[in-house]
Design a binder for this molecule. Structure first.
Ligand code: GLU
Length: 318
């Protein structure tokens, strides 16, 4: 018997749910449900200075209103707090310590200590390749520096290609030494980095199918590298194109009008939002209102475009 498909939604509650998030969420749902799979909702609130429970509550309510459901995880039962990353630091520590023990990670005292590392790196964040400065420090130098500064921790990457077959884009290869250099897995303030937390959580939550935006393609190589180092089983990865504004910018939280709570006020019916998303995802030939469930029998992943998708002006100018 084949394994049950377990997909996931992994929103970061640093803002309100917007059209771009829902586009990924809807497709993750369709991929999993079209294979009789389950969905886990995990709240990626590692960075408590940017995330809040109120925003997580709002995200869940917006998803419910849209009719996008999940089977396990946050907001499901009394154990739901286990699916908030902010409550899982003890778990991350076990894996972090194991990497430390194996001498695969090292303290970094550079001032650019990756304050954003707790968030998934989206394209607009720009790219930074760490030159490996602190990798070369001796134990003695580390001890001296430890006395005056709390370090972040980086994982040593190797200079070779990491290849995987993406469910939508096919064969991909990234060399992490050219992509990111040694990357952060714990920030200097003790917050675990997105790359580490996401790997541990997907593995422990038995997620075997990750569907997310194409701007995380190179993160997949980092994550596969961590799966291997930690001896955990990696899921399959499928990346989907991003929704962009007519000028090609990624649709982001700052496009306030694309927040679901605002679209909800304007459009009133979830079917209208789902219809637009399904049309942009190539699942409908023209825009028409539709319910999430009604998309299941017609879902065809081959129709999802490969290029980024420009949000129609009718929708942007509502
Ligand atoms: N929490 C991440 C985000 O909102 C999700 C990253 C992922 O799907 O792995 O961007």
């Amino acid at each position: 018997m084949s394994e049950t498909v377990v997909g996931r939604f992994a929103p970061t509650p640093s803002g309100f749910l917007h059209l771009g998030n829902v586009f990924c969420t809807l497709l993750a749902w369709l991929y999993a449900k079209s294979q009789n799979g389950k969905i886990v909702l995990r709240i990626e609130d590692l960075d408590s200075s940017r995330c809040s429970i109120a925003k997580a509550d709002a995200l869940a309510k917006d998803l419910e209103w849209l009719g996008i459901t999940w089977d396990e995880g946050a907001y499901v039962n009394e154990k739901h707090e286990d699916f908030f990353q902010s409550k899982r630091f003890d778990i991350y520590k076990v894996y972090f310590d194991a990497l430390l023990e194996k001498d695969i990670i090292y303290p970094c005292f550079c001032s650019r200590s990756g304050l954003h590392a707790a968030n998934a790196p989206h394209l607009s964040d720009g790219r930074y390749i760490y030159p490996g400065t602190c990798r070369k420090l001796s134990n003695f130098e580390r001890e001296i520096k430890m006395q005056s500064r709390k370090p972040s921790y980086r994982v040593k990457v190797v200079d070779k290609g990491i290849s995987f077959v993406d469910g939508h884009y096919g064969e991909m290869t990234y060399n992490l030494s050219e992509e990111s250099g040694d990357f952060i897995i714990r920030r200097s303030d003790g917050v675990y980095a997105y790359q580490l937390a996401v790997v541990i959580d997907d593995a422990l939550m038995h997620v075997n199918q990750v569907v997310r935006g194409a701007d995380l393609l190179s993160s997949t190589a980092m994550q596969l590298y961590l799966y291997e180092l930690l001896g955990l089983k990696a899921p399959s990865f499928t990346h989907i194109p991003l929704l962009v504004a007519p000028d090609g910018r990624r649709l982001a939280k700052r496009d306030g009008g694309m927040e679901i709570r605002i679209l909800k006020d304007k459009l009133k019916q979830p079917e209208l939002i789902i219809g637009w998303l399904a049309f942009m995802a190539g699942q409908l030939d023209k825009f028409e209102p539709i319910k999430v469930q009604e998309l299941l029998p017609i879902f065809n992943p081959n129709k999802i475009p490969k290029e980024n998708i420009i949000v129609p002006s009718e929708l942007l100018n509502l």
